[in-house]
Design a protein around this ligand. Structure first.
Ligand code: ADP
Ligand code: MG
Length: 602
């Protein structure tokens, strides 16, 4: 119930505003909504996906200028005459141009890491701005005038009042779309970008595509905002599409709460309102005219960012009626139900799953794996042991495609995979956990595990935003829930993954790997940080998986755990295999004793 309070308040305010407020305030609200639409795109792009864009105002400009030019120009050739004069065709054209430009810019820049990406967005933001000012047919600094209003059923929408409803309906639709998206398979892929590409790709997420999806949605939201702006104002010039405005949009997203849909609206409201208010109040207060608001605004932003690094929305929700109480007595959420997803055909026990031949990995001069060869069969637990730094995790990275080996052959189910990427290998049926846990700490255990089932679904961004993915989503979540119950974490299903003890988080990673329905599991030190009872439960689980003909390659330091569970053991030291055999044989092997005890025993 309480979660609906913001929605109800907003809807009522939006519906009543033109009836009770003077026109200039309705116009101001319109500007807030237009800015919120752009900031909403940035919430997805920057807040959720972690990609900073300083060029968003340029997309607003493309949406505005395309439609403004098309609906005012008299330069169209006869056969294209139908495309002129109509804001709706202008909207379609603006969206298409934005998509084309966005795709090109995204393809070139989204692969960049660190500060290169933000710098590039500044570069193309400025370039596009200069295009708006320098193309003669766009009117230069004076811009374009006499832009017609859009018509609905022959009636033009004009005036702050009717535009108010169009703008706010658009914003609300975009907010619903974004919220739907975040809560879906495609949204989890975008959210997983924050956990690092390595983890996301290992779960089968196409990270380049997820980045592009977020970038496109943000660009299109910005273009729609520009279109609304152009036809509401009825004239445009390049000023609002420059770098300064891009930065302001970013402020809005960050100050509101960069990862929340409501934060975009809050941030846009606050920034727009503050700007306006300071512009009015400061000159009167100081008795002199000048752009004092820029200085005060800047100081306020610094203060806010210092005080509330996660934005104001999370702070505000803590004060909303009932929100605190709801947080304390976490409402029990239903365990998702759904039909089982299609599963892989089980393999015959003893089938060779994985075969390594002469696998070598070099890091510069360091040979971390040297000439490693062994096999893993369906229905067996193969333990890979060896002192710290022996090269076990490196071997896992080579096998799973996370960090390919330098030399050697790796076959999985009879296919050579040493040149395949992590995503393709995951698709073939290999799933892994990480020695250093890689979960998305603020996402629930359920959502984290559902990410593991990514490759078992197919619905994309559009289906998610329009809620056409619910059937598949139910099945994905139900599968995640089943795996969580299977590893014994049912009680923590709705907790944020980061709130669990580290040992439990490792178990969440196992559930996530299992959600992919793998035939080979790679577990890197899964029992580290577990208590004795939990270790026993884990051993039972792994034994059960083995009975289901799953192959398990296991790195573990706890010898009791390994020796009680493993069918065979491979021992590594300094990157090389020094022994292989049954647990008892390996334990008695003098070379192994030497590696572990540094020769003291002999
Ligand atoms: P283990 O998992 O058996 O403890 P690792 O595979 O993590 O060992 O490391 C094996 C060796 O390779 C270590 O000497 C480690 O410092 C080195 N190493 C691992 N990853 C890298 C890397 N990305 N770059 C350079 N050296 C690395
Ligand atoms: Mg390791």
């Amino acid at each position: 119930m309480m979660r609906r309070v913001p929605t109800v308040v907003l809807l009522a305010a939006v519906a009543l505003a033109p009836l009770v407020l003077p026109e200039f305030q309705v116009t101001l609200l319109g500007y807030i909504a237009l800015a919120a639409l752009v900031a909403l795109g940035l919430v997805l792009l920057t807040g959720v996906a972690g990609l900073t864009s300083f060029g968003q105002a340029a997309f607003v400009g493309i949406g505005a200028y395309t439609s403004a030019w098309l609906s005012t120009t008299s330069a169209l050739p006869g056969w294209l005459g139908w495309a002129g004069g109509s804001p709706w065709i202008g909207l379609a054209a603006g969206l298409m141009l934005t998509a084309a430009v966005g795709w090109m810019l995204g393809a070139v820049t989204l692969g960049l890491s660190g500060h290169y990406l933000p710098l590039c967005t500044i570069a193309w933001g400025i370039s596009l701005y200069f295009l708006f000012t320098n193309l003669d047919f766009l009117g230069g600094h004076a811009g374009l005038t006499d832009i017609p209003p859009p018509q609905v059923g022959g009636t033009p929408i004009r005036g702050a009042g009717s535009f108010h409803y169009l703008i706010w309906a658009t914003l609300l639709a975009a907010m619903v779309f974004t919220r739907n998206l975040l809560d879906s398979r495609a949204g989890r892929a975008i959210r997983a970008l924050r956990g690092g590409a390595t983890m996301a790709e290992a779960m089968g997420v196409d990270t380049a595509r997820a980045k592009m999806a977020a970038f496109m949605v943000a660009a299109l939201f910005a273009a729609v905002s520009g279109w609304l702006y152009a036809h509401m104002q009825r004239f445009i010039n390049p000023t609002p599409f420059g770098l300064g405005m891009s930065i302001e949009y970013l402020f809005m997203a960050v100050i509101g709460g960069a990862a929340s849909v409501w934060g975009a609206l809050l941030g846009a409201g606050l920034v727009t309102f503050l700007n306006q208010w300071l512009q009015d109040v400061l000159p009167a207060l100081l008795g002199a005219s000048g752009n004092f608001e820029v200085i005060v605004f800047g100081m306020l932003m610094i203060l806010l960012l210092q005080r509330t690094p996660d934005g104001l929305w999370p702070v505000l929700t803590r004060w909303l009626p009932g929100a605190r109480q709801a947080q304390r007595s976490r409402a029990p959420r239903a365990v998702p139900q759904g039909e089982p997803l299609p599963a892989r055909t089980p393999l015959a026990r003893g089938t060779v799953l994985l075969a390594l031949r002469g696998v070598t990995k070099r890091f510069g001069g360091l040979v971390a794996n040297h000439d490693m060869s062994f096999e893993v069969h369906a229905g067996e637990v193969l333990a890979l042991i060896g002192p710290n730094g022996a090269g076990k995790s490196t071997l896992f990275n080579g096998v799973s495609g996370t960090d390919p080996a330098s030399e050697g052959e790796i076959s999985f189910l009879g296919r050579r995979i040493e040149r395949l990427g992590a995503r393709e290998i995951a698709r073939l049926g290999m799933s892994r956990t990480f020695q250093h846990v890689r979960l998305l700490p603020s996402m629930s255990v359920l959502e984290n595990v559902a990410l593991g089932a990514h490759l078992r679904g197919s619905r994309g961004v559009l289906a998610a935003g329009l809620r056409l993915d619910r059937g598949e989503e139910r099945r994905l979540l139900a599968e995640a829930a089943r795996q969580i119950e299977r590893v014994g974490l049912g009680a923590s299903m709705f907790e944020p993954a980061g709130s669990l003890a580290l040992g439990q988080q490792r178990i969440v990673e196992i559930a996530r790997a299992l959600a992919a329905d793998p035939c080979l599991l790679l577990l890197d030190e899964p029992a580290a940080g577990l208590r004795l009872r939990e270790k026993q439960a884990l051993a039972e689980l792994l034994a059960k998986l083995r009975d289901d003909a799953v192959g398990i390659l296991l790195v573990e330091h706890d010898m009791d755990f390994v020796m009680g569970l493993a069918d065979r053991v491979v021992v590594m030291d300094f990157g090389e295999k020094i022994a292989e055999g049954l647990p008892a044989e390996v334990q008695a092997n003098p070379a192994v004793v030497e590696a572990y005890l540094g020769g003291v025993a002999s």
